[in-house]
Design a protein around this ligand. Structure first.
Ligand SMILES: C[S@@+](CC[C@H](N)C(=O)[O-])C[C@H]1O[C@@H](n2cnc3c(N)ncnc32)[C@H](O)[C@@H]1O
Length: 335
């Protein structure tokens, strides 16, 4: 290895000068021997004594997820994996494509090392069934699927194996929270562990009724109510909202319908329970807004009401060309 040889007392100044000029070879360690220092160089440099010396290579410390995996996977494969990370509290959930399944352990260990999160899981199925939960396989760290996720200052406790939760809806929840007025009576028809109710009730003095069919989700929501300092109040119900809501004595100023695959089948319930001038925050999976607007309009017509569309937006992409869309409609009683 070509080196600059300098007396030890000049070592530090020379090292700094060579580094600043980009001439030092950073992949090898500097050596000192018998009153001299040997600094590895990339190219010939003038004004110094040049020597040949065996130097120890620097231990390569990977700085990121790509560097941890660059010997195993192509750059494209690493990029695809990187966009699949979902971080929920201490837990990372990865989507590993079928062609990389045989490398799942290496990928899981790299994700554990890189993210420093407690537990790494991989998706084993799509989100499915009435409770919208997916199968997960433990990959690395500690196999503990309960965690507390922080979102806009809220603490949300959940078990990723038992309930639905997506950190990718954080911006949407903040947006809805900001549009809520003090004193609103709100119904969250499909509340899960309660991210909408908790984020809203932390910030606004409102009265929220939260319903979910998944017992585990309601158990966590009850815990989340105690974990957070709330300005508003939240009352929970476990069951099918179509049945549970038959017992409700009041109408609501806002109804949140985040069950995007099936919310349209509950529009009759929502339109019946909404107050005159109230808002329905309706969600569905679609390639456009037209279908959702038509469903909302038709449900209102059926009930002798009308809808004024306030806002439409894409919440997140679900597959190429398809979106989780949000449609906000103001419901008016007189046609
Ligand atoms: C997509 S998740 C949304 C959960 C929550 N709003 C959130 O943003 O995290 C839909 C939720 O609807 C619940 N659900 C499905 N069918 C239901 C029904 N008929 N009545 C009440 N809840 C239902 C599921 O258990 C699930 O927790």
């Amino acid at each position: 290895m070509k080196c600059v040889k300098v007396p030890l007392k000049q070592l530090n100044d020379t090292r700094i000068k060579l580094m600043e000029n980009g001439q030092m070879n950073m992949e090898y360690r500097i050596k000192t021997e018998e009153g001299f220092g040997y600094i590895p160089i990339n190219e010939d440099v003038t004004g110094y004594e040049i020597a040949n010396m065996e130097l120890e290579p620097m231990k390569k410390v990977p700085h990121n997820f790509s560097e941890l995996l660059e010997d195993e996977l192509s750059h494209d494969e690493i990029d695809t994996l990187r966009t699949s990370f979902d971080t929920i509290g201490d837990i990372v959930i990865l989507e590993i494509p079928e062609n990389l399944e045989d490398k799942k352990q290496i990928i899981g260990d790299a994700a554990h090392k890189f993210t420093k999160r407690r537990s790494i899981y991989m998706k084993k199925s799509a989100i499915k069934g009435t409770t919208r939960v997916r199968d997960l396989e433990f990959l690395s760290g500690i196999d503990d699927s309960v965690t507390i996720h922080k979102e806009h200052g809220a603490r949300l406790k959940l078990d990723v194996r038992e309930v639905y939760f997506s950190p990718r809806l954080a911006t949407e929840r903040k947006r809805v929270m900001e549009s809520v007025k003090e004193g609103e009576r709100i119904l969250d028809m499909f509340c899960g562990i309660g991210p909408f109710p908790i984020v809203i009730a932390r910030n606004k003095n409102v009265d929220i009724t939260a319903v979910d069919i998944n017992e585990s989700a309601i158990r966590y929501l009850d815990e989340n109510i105690s974990l957070n300092k709330l300005k508003g109040s939240i009352t929970t119900y476990c069951g099918d909202v179509r049945e549970v809501s038959k017992g409700f004595k009041t109408k609501f100023d806002r109804i949140i319908m985040n069950l995007p695959g099936l919310a349209y089948t509950f529009l009759d319930v929502a339109v019946d329970l909404i107050e005159d001038g109230g808002t329905i925050n309706y969600y569905e999976f679609s390639d456009s807004y037209e279908q959702g607007i038509k469903r909302l309009t038709d449900a209102c017509l059926q009930a002798g009401k009308k809808v004024e569309i306030i806002n439409c937006r894409k919440v997140k992409s679900t597959s190429p060309g398809e979106w989780h869309v949000a449609i906000d409609g103001k419901i008016l009683y007189n046609l």
